[in-house]
Design a protein around this ligand. Structure first.
Ligand code: F3S
Length: 405
């Protein structure tokens, strides 16, 4: 990989340890991926979940601060494992805050969300960026038309240098679709987009799909639900919605050769995906989790409307969570939504979620959710019994204590 004189100087340690370590990471990835060079990136998004980084991660980031490391591009932060406004109870929680504060000292914006798009952090078409969190990459590439690989720790290196290796999603030829999926069913809600994302991700696997046949333009909430589900089932960091997303205005735009024969997804296929996701039956529910990815203000308003029109009385035995980010929480609080949710026995978390948290779900818990990503994580992390449905079904279960299916 060709490096400029300036980049060689960083690699040799002539510009300090933080830039040297960052350049070592980027050069190693670049060489492994046969990247010809490093290119500038305009923003980075970091995963700094303390449950994954541990004390060693905190030590590393603090050393970067002490040695003069500073982020040279706008840098946001994914969900963290604690709610920043709550008292810290354990050394692990203190470590998470230490990690966050180190990143803030280097210039990061403490967005603390897997859905930073609803906080106005939105790269533009054609921008090259370096974003971690697998679920954000499909949204960046597919909906915004900006360019990112699914970054890992390398996002920190990009934040420090403003650079990334030129490979993968940064190359035009790697963004073109090679499988066509026809959606023959009307989708009306985030749970349906989540199911569709999971199914499309599995069908596409390592290929890049174009979907045609959507009968309406998805909302941001639909897109992030689809993207999060797609990301956990697919190796790819991009998809296209024909006639909607920027690089697939028409099928002819999307495919350099005649489009392949489509795979059809109809009502039966979506129902089968629902049954595959949900392994629990009717009956008592232990935990309800809405807001994966983090809920928007529209989703919080919708939850309040549904609660206010519900005939169920709050059942405090159910742990009922709605996850959002701090900005949205503050807006909802000013609108008076948070007090309605709290009165209904709901815990509205900001910054974290049921999965990215030190407060772990209990093994074998019966969990109701409208997110296939939350469902998959809860199944794999704590062998949860999954009750999957619409936001309305989840709210009804949270208030009554019973999943009706
Ligand atoms: Fe976000 Fe947690 Fe889901 S980080 S995508 S709410 S698993």
């Amino acid at each position: 990989m060709n490096l400029t004189t300036d980049q060689e100087a960083m690699l040799a340690g002539k510009k300090g340890w933080p830039l040297q370590i960052a350049m070592k990471m980027l050069a190693a990835v670049g060489r492994a991926q046969d990247a010809p060079e490093l290119i500038p990136v305009t923003s980075a998004h970091l995963v700094i979940d303390g449950t994954a980084l541990g004390k060693a991660g905190g030590d590393f980031l603090e050393r970067l601060v002490v040695e003069g490391g500073r982020f040279v591009i706008p840098t946001s932060i994914n969900a963290i494992a604690v709610d920043r406004t709550k008292p810290l109870k354990t050394a692990e929680e203190e470590n998470q805050i230490r990690i966050l504060e180190a990143c803030e000292k280097m210039g990061a914006l403490p967005s603390c969300s897997c859905n930073p798009f609803i906080q106005g952090i939105v790269p533009s078409f054609g921008e090259h960026v370096a974003w971690s969190e697998s679920a954000t990459a499909p949204y960046i590439n597919s909906v915004l038309g900006a360019r990112t690989n699914r970054e890992g720790a390398t996002a920190v290196a990009s934040a420090l240098t403003g650079l990334t290796p030129r490979y993968g999603m940064h190359l035009e030829e790697n963004r073109r679709p090679n499988v066509l999926i026809r959606v023959g069913t009307d989708l009306a809600s985030v749970d349906q987009f989540s199911l569709l994302g999971a199914l499309v991700g599995r069908l596409a696997a390592e290929r890049i799909p174009t979907l045609e046949g959507l009968t309406r333009i998805p909302s941001i909430d639909d897109y992030v639900s689809f993207s999060a589900a797609y990301a956990i089932h697919s190796m790819s960091a991009i998809y296209h919605f024909s006639g909607i997303t920027p690089e697939a205005k028409t099928l002819a735009d999307a495919y350099s050769e005649p489009a392949p024969l489509p795979i059809i997804i109809d009502d039966d296929a979506l129902d089968a995906e629902r049954r595959k996701t949900a392994n629990g039956k009717e009956g008592p529910v232990d935990v309800v989790s809405i807001g994966c990815p983090h809920a928007s203000i529209e989703q919080l308003r919708e939850a309040v409307e549904k609660i206010e029109s519900s005939t169920n009385s709050p059942e405090i035995k159910v742990k009922f969570y709605i996850h959002t980010n701090r900005t949205t929480y503050d807006i909802a609080e000013a609108e008076g939504l948070i007090s309605v949710l709290l009165d209904a026995g709901i815990t509205v978390t900001a910054d974290n979620c049921s999965v990215v948290s030190y407060d772990k779900l209990i093994k074998g818990v019966r969990l109701a959710t409208n997110s296939t990503k939350m469902a998959l994580f809860a199944k794999s992390v704590c062998n949860a019994e999954i009750l999957f449905g619409s936001t309305q079904e989840c709210i009804d279960a949270g208030l009554s204590g019973i999943w009706k299916g």
